[in-house]
Design a protein. Sequence first.
Length: 239
Amino acid sequence: LTQDELKKIAAYKAVEYVKSGMVVGLGTGSTAKHAVARISELLREGKLKDIIGIPTSTTTHEQAVSLGIPLSDLDSHPVVDLSIDGADEVDPALNLVKGRGGSLLREKMIEGASKKFVVIVDESKLVKHIGGSGLAVPVEVVPFCCNFTAGKLEELFREAGCVAKLRRKIGSNGGEEAPAVTDNGNYVVDLYLERDIGDLDAASEAILKFPGVVEHGMFLGMATTLIVAGKFGVTVKDR
Ligand code: DER
């Protein structure tokens, strides 16, 4: 099974939790994309009815529009019944790193407003501790003096061997281009960590203290169910 097939298996399993009449948070990324497609398929087949989708990014909004899923937003639906989304990392306590796709703020708003949040991953996303995959913990920051903010974040996690990098668009010629801009007009600083940052709640609070920080990509204690698709099958773990 390819990684994409594993993602699809996890996504389809998660859509079994979607019931007619639900307000559903639609995640962002290559795994959530399969869940959005599956929901539209069940709507077309009449197996699901009266679903309202709350997209977590403009990319997902466009995908859902093209698939005919009725959409709304948190202003109209402040309580979401169920959100389905991928993750970049999942630790044993179901804490997540999200945001490699740059949609962490809207994801955290929508998934934070959800009664249930089902995370769908292939087994490659499982880590012993947050930051353990050697990939980054993203932080959404305002463009104003973003290098100042990046420097403060790097200093904050100096003990964990942190290197903070402003995320830039990759140009057509592969060169580094302008800073990547999120759906909300902000930038992203990626924190590359060499060691465990320890107390995640304390780390979260410390990051959010900086005025230039909007939000970070650690989703702590938010997932209610984890669906992992691996070569040995699919596992479901409830919080
Ligand atoms: O960027 C995001 O938050 C995505 O949801 C990410 O966490 C998972 O993306 P993937 O399913 O493409 O790996």
